[in-house]
Every structure is written in structure tokens, then in C-alpha cells.
Ligand binder design. Structure first.
Ligand code: ATR
Length: 277
């Protein structure tokens, strides 16, 4: 039986196994997808398991999206993102030329999540909170969609500045300051816990804004609840999560010279799969 994994730390919360196992079943693929909590020191062994055919492919989550990079043979990601969330082996018929490939499906996941709700970023003022593992992918996706400005604010200024080196168009905003925006995106982990609060005075924000939270569990973070109370449009990270998984599944199921991968369904059943915790 083919084996797939999602690696991270912590990993308990990950719903990737649920989604991928559903899709394997739906497509009559004899494979199993598991989650594994690892330490940085375990990465080398996991990659060699892929090389040896013990594992077919992996997804990578916090905090290893960058640290897996040195172990890969081939990177197919925009260099600026420095973030890999999908790894698999690209098999060649010629002996010895198999390659471990790293890809980033978060970019597409974020982009599709906006297309799904028909939100256009073009010409909009975007405010990003956080500078963690997924932030660079979101900035990359946003830049392709041509907003008028992207502002970035992070508690640890150094990390925001490092991102600005990669994306010089970003405007740095002090943590706790809020500038005028059309869309605000929470990419921090604040909101995962019930009492987490971002330093935002919601009453000082005008009306008709769009609040997007990368977190999908809980479904509505404080950030989204406060926004909803004031009539703003809100969106959590669920569709981004599903679309990044869908693209990873396609990459996992590519058969060279035969097909370009299966695109598994996203329907009511799939959406519900992620709800009933
Ligand atoms: P990593 O930093 O390892 O990539 P992450 O979960 O992807 O981990 O990112 C965590 C993000 O949430 C960071 O932007 C982090 O801010 P710092 O860079 O200042 O650490 C932010 N974050 C986490 N806890 C926070 C808190 N209590 N207050 C403000 N920001 C917080």
C-alpha cells in the first residue's frame, strides 16, 4: 500500500489525512495518508524514505516549510517564497535519475480561495498581519493579483523586515497600528486558541471591509467574529486549505507521460468532512 504523510510540529490538528484518505477512496487508489509529528533532525530520514520508495509523498506544515528545502533535489517554487509544502519523487525511466521535488501549493490555494468567492484584489489596499511560514506564499499570490498596496505588520519587526527584503514593495507597519485597508489578512497563529486576541481596535475601522483569516479551526476566530459583528465580509482558511490539498493530490498522482494528475472533487461532502470534529 502506498503511503503518504503530513509532517509538522504540532500536527494533531491537521485535517490533511481526512481529506486525502477520502480522495484516495473516492478514486479507488490503494494508499494511506497519515500524520507524523517530527523534529528538525528527522527530516533527512523522511526524505530518504521517499527516495527508497517507503513513502510516496509528503505535505509539510509549520514549522518545516523552509527547513526541508536543503534536502530536496529540485525546487519548483518561486524562490522568493522559500516555502515548500508538497514533496514527492519524480520518477524517470533512466536509471538513477529520480528526483525529490519540492513544490508550493499554498500560493494556488490562496488564489483559488479568493476566486471561489469572487473577491478581486485588483487595486485594493491589503493589510497583512504576521510574518510566519505561510505569509510569503500569500504575498506572492497577492502580488500577481495587482493590489494597489500591501502593508505588513508583525510583532517581531525583524521577521517583517526579512520579508520586505524579498518583496520590496511591501510597506512596513508597526505592530498594533492599523492603516486604512480594503482587505486584512491574519497569517499569525493568534486565534488558534479561544482567548487569543489581535491588537486591533475594531471600532476604529470603517465599514465594508474584508477580513480573511488563514486559520480554519476554529471556524471563526475572534478576529472574524469581531468583524462579522460589525458587518464586514469574512472568510476563514478552509477553502485555501482544501485547494492547496487538491493541488498536492494532483501532484501526488501524476503518472509521467500518462496523465497530469487527478483533480479530486470539492463538493458538499468534502466541505463537511472538515466540519465534524
Ligand atoms: P513560524 O514563525 O515558525 O513560521 P508560524 O506559526 O508560521 O510560525 O508563524 C507565527 C506567526 O504568528 C508569526 O508572525 C508570529 O509573530 P512573531 O514573528 O512575532 O513570533 C505570530 N504570532 C504568534 N504568536 C503571537 C502573539 N502572541 N502575538 C503576536 N504575534 C504572534
Amino acid at each position: 500500500m502506498k503511503k503518504y504523510l503530513v509532517i509538522g510540529n504540532p500536527i494533531d490538528h491537521s485535517l490533511s489525512p481526512r481529506l486525502h484518505n477520502y480522495w484516495f477512496k473516492e478514486n479507488n487508489i490503494k494508499a494511506v495518508y497519515e500524520k507524523k509529528q517530527i523534529e528538525e533532525l528527522d527530516i533527512a530520514e523522511i526524505i530518504s524514505d521517499i527516495r527508497d520508495g517507503k513513502i510516496e509523498g509528503i505535505n509539510v506544515t509549520v514549522p518545516f516549510k523552509k527547513s526541508v528545502i536543503p534536502f530536496l533535489d529540485k525546487l519548483e517554487i518561486p524562490e522568493k517564497t522559500q516555502s515548500v509544502n508538497t514533496i514527492y519523487i519524480e520518477k524517470n525511466n533512466i536509471m538513477g535519475s529520480n528526483k525529490i521535488v519540492g513544490r508550493n501549493t499554498d500560493i494556488l490555494g490562496f488564489k483559488y480561495s479568493l476566486e471561489h468567492i469572487k473577491y478581486s484584489v485588483k487595486g485594493k489596499k491589503i493589510f497583512i498581519l504576521g510574518a510566519g511560514g505561510v505569509t510569503s506564499s500569500i504575498i506572492y499570490a497577492l502580488e500577481e493579483m495587482k493590489p494597489s498596496v500591501i502593508m505588513l505588520s508583525n510583532r517581531t519587526k525583524e521577521k517583517a523586515k526579512n520579508l520586505i527584503k524579498l518583496f520590496p514593495q511591501l510597506e512596513l507597519v508597526e505592530w498594533g497600528d492599523i492603516r486604512n485597508f480594503d482587505m486584512i489578512i491574519n497569517t499569525t497563529s493568534l486565534g488558534l486558541k479561544e482567548n487569543d486576541k489581535l491588537p486591533i481596535n475594531y471600532d476604529q475601522i470603517g465599514s465594508g471591509k474584508f477580513f480573511y483569516d488563514v486559520i480554519y479551526n476554529p471556524k471563526k476566530t475572534n478576529f472574524l467574529l469581531e468583524a462579522e459583528k460589525r458587518g464586514h465580509q469574512i472568510e476563514n482558511g478552509k477553502m485555501m486549505f482544501i485547494y492547496q490539498a487538491q493541488e498536492a493530490f494532483r501532484l501526488f498522482t501524476i503518472a509521467p507521460k500518462v496523465w497530469s494528475g487527478l483533480i479530486p472533487s470539492i463538493n458538499k461532502k468534502v466541505l463537511k468532512l472538515l466540519d465534524n470534529d
